[in-house]
Design a binder for this molecule. Sequence first.
Ligand code: FAD
Length: 489
Amino acid sequence: MAESAPPPSALVLGGGFAGIAASVALAGLGVRVTLLERRTMLGGRASSFVDAVTGLTQDACQHCTLGCCTHLAALLEKLGVHQHVKCQDTIAFLDALGRRWDLRGTRAPAPFHAARSFVAMPYLGLTEKAATARALLSLLVRPATESDYEATLGAWLRRHGTPERAIEAFIGPVVASACNETVDDVALGFAHKVLRDGFLAARTAFHLGIADRPMGDLLTEPVGAFLAARGSALVAGCTVRQMCRGSGVGWRAEAVDGRCFEAGRLILAVPFDQAARICAGLGESGRSLAATWEGLHWSPITGVHLWYDRPVECPPALALPGSASQWLFSKPPSFGRMPDEAGYLTAAISADRCMAALPGSDIAALVAEDARQALPSIRDARLCRRRVVKERKATFAAMPGAEQLRPRQRTPIPGLYLAGDWTRTGWPSTMEGATRSGNVAASELLADLGLRRPAMPPDLAADWPAQALMGVGKLLAAVAYLGSGSRST
Ligand SMILES: Cc1cc2nc3c(=O)[nH]c(=O)nc-3n(C[C@H](O)[C@H](O)[C@H](O)COP(=O)(O)OP(=O)(O)OC[C@H]3O[C@@H](n4cnc5c(N)ncnc54)[C@H](O)[C@@H]3O)c2cc1C
């Protein structure tokens, strides 16, 4: 009897969301995947660690998703863990004067779903609200252009008459948390994407998803089981030293502990600086590939963890516009804590390079003071423990000029694909961007093998008024383009 050919095989290097998405997509369609990850826990920059003192697993920093993050949601569903991401349909804001505002939608279709809530916002006067609404609607209506990645959001907002108070109280905090840059540094293209897809186009797009357990726990076992059930393998705790062409036409990964892995194709799903280092080892073609993203650089995020001797009364996510802490998150009891720790708060400080440069103890003191001011339930509480996690390499800097440097997932080197939040996805550096990049890399790989491409999860559909407004924007842009073309000829 003739032996059937072995299934196609792939090495995936890096077990963050990009590598996980690529591995799950490929293994689900019959490719034998070996997923190699340096750490024992999956999730990469979104992951967790075991605290050496308490022995508890904790996230390095708070991660949130939005209702528009459909690839991430579909991945978590495939892994059977989506129920652990709890959806918040309200985002609470509290300013330095103690004025609370809840951003909450109604049943009205976007972009009118948040109109009632916006009118009730206490931070802006009526004319400021009208100017802000006008600017946000213009942002929804205008089609994205390549030149948006050369300009900043701040310049665009001011050109469109957005009041400074609206930028400080609402737009700034939202954009900083989603893009990890201030409005004056972030490229308009990235901010446009987040504000349009995440807030203006669909009623449920802004709903915040927060995991109810550490991300490392959420991902590691389910991914390992998913792969094992399909004849693939997760190799955790394996640091790859170098990649090279293997025997025949395939690829070979050499780990620092001497283990070697071979497969027909390779997806490099590590951050851009490590991808450049590995590509440099592939000779001239690898060096010229890596040169295409030279110029991408990092932006930091600082995570602060505070444990109190009593329960903390705080919404799951609370924006503190104008404060050092930016956002506070109250963690449910499903996150492990020591016996005397009844309350657990985290803060995520984005787009603040000065803050990231301060000593950890100073940062923790600033956040603890913000929390004390904002939350009466802990005014007299004892702070039992604190921890500051500085992620210097948190996201690629979503500044003007960055988008043009992002490579596509298929490379000119046969059998080599790139994945990662930094590759070209149309998204800023996020779990959703990483997941999309992994899905695209897997799809390109399957197409090169002559196999069926996987069905991509659909984007969240825009509600009809938003769709109509975007249609009008496209029409006006086309008319303007034709007009400028006929003048120049
Ligand atoms: C503090 C912080 C807060 C954030 N907050 C949010 C948020 O709220 N929402 C959101 O959507 N995004 C957030 N992000 C961004 C998000 O975490 C990233 O965009 C996303 O996780 C990147 O995934 P990735 O797979 O592209 O890369 P990574 O997560 O970096 O994965 C790469 C993996 O490769 C592994 N690796 C590297 N080199 C080797 C090697 N030689 N051998 C083996 N393995 C190797 C690494 O260990 C890592 O697991 C945040 C990031 C940080 C740091």
